[in-house]
Design a protein around this ligand. Structure first.
Ligand code: URA
Length: 240
């Protein structure tokens, strides 16, 4: 048997609001546990394999949250945004209450794969420059990309404000204007600055892979999903 906790605390910990509010919802029979209404806020439940609903919406108990999102264009990655809605508005409120954070930021006009979690260690591991988790970007360039420009990106380009040249780990041409570029770092506007340094210009940018985790083809812009165990392995966050 795993750890047990009172229902009121479970619902509160999972992000459904203040303890008092959670108690009221339980009393009002708005919460079911493993298929049955429970109106006793003090009833204790085993946290393992715990399925519950709140106001008809189904949830699994999760100690911590690990998710991926297909970031759409015209959304910002911060909590307090300036000009566009925040990507957090695309998540259910309980996750926002749990204070999930995105791991690294994508520009407002960049789309694609972004990881979100409330596990500080995981966030640190995925974003720390020490771990160099590779990220793959699909880069649409304004001008056709030459072999010399690709070679330049792979050999390293000098960016203003950087001490040493930065090189792409790899760079593959998909067609005259589109590259797949893999980077080990996540510096500010890195792809756009690197492409500008080879006298070209980014017209569209999409992150398509982090570590071995590929943006799923069936995850539409604006959608999110929980990371599976396989996804976590692909991120190197669990033993393979
Ligand atoms: N590089 C950029 O220039 N922008 C992003 O959003 C991500 C990487």
């Amino acid at each position: 048997m795993g750890k047990k906790l009172a229902l009121e605390r479970i619902i509160h910990n999972q992000g459904f609001g203040a303890r008092k509010l959670c108690r009221l919802m339980i009393w009002n029979q708005e919460v079911t546990v493993n298929g049955q209404v429970c109106d006793d806020p003090d009833a204790e439940f085993d946290l393992e394999q715990l399925h519950y609903t709140v106001k008809g919406e189904a949830w699994d108990y999760r100690e911590q949250s690990y998710l991926m999102m297909h970031k759409p264009s015209h959304y910002e990655c911060s909590h307090k945004t300036q000009h566009h809605p925040t990507i957090y508005s695309l998540l259910p409120q309980p996750l926002v209450v749990r204070d999930v954070q995105c791991i690294g930021r994508l520009d407002e006009d960049t789309t694609g794969l972004i990881l979100i979690s409330d596990d500080g260690q995981f966030i640190h591991r995925m974003s720390s420059p020490k771990h160099k988790v590779p990220k793959v970007y699909e880069v649409t360039c304004k001008h056709p990309v030459s072999d010399a420009q690709i070679a330049h990106l792979c050999q390293g380009v000098q960016l203003i404000d950087e001490d040493a040249p930065i090189a792409a780990l790899s760079c593959t041409r998909i067609n005259a204007h589109v590259l797949h570029m893999t980077l080990a770092e996540g510096k500010y506007h890195q792809v756009k600055r690197m492409v500008a340094a080879i006298s070209n210009r980014v017209e569209a940018l999409k992150r398509i892979q982090i570590g071995e985790l590929v943006l799923p083809a069936d995850l539409a812009p604006g959608q999110w999903r929980w990371l599976s165990e396989t996804d976590m392995k692909h991120l190197g966050a669990l033993p393979a």
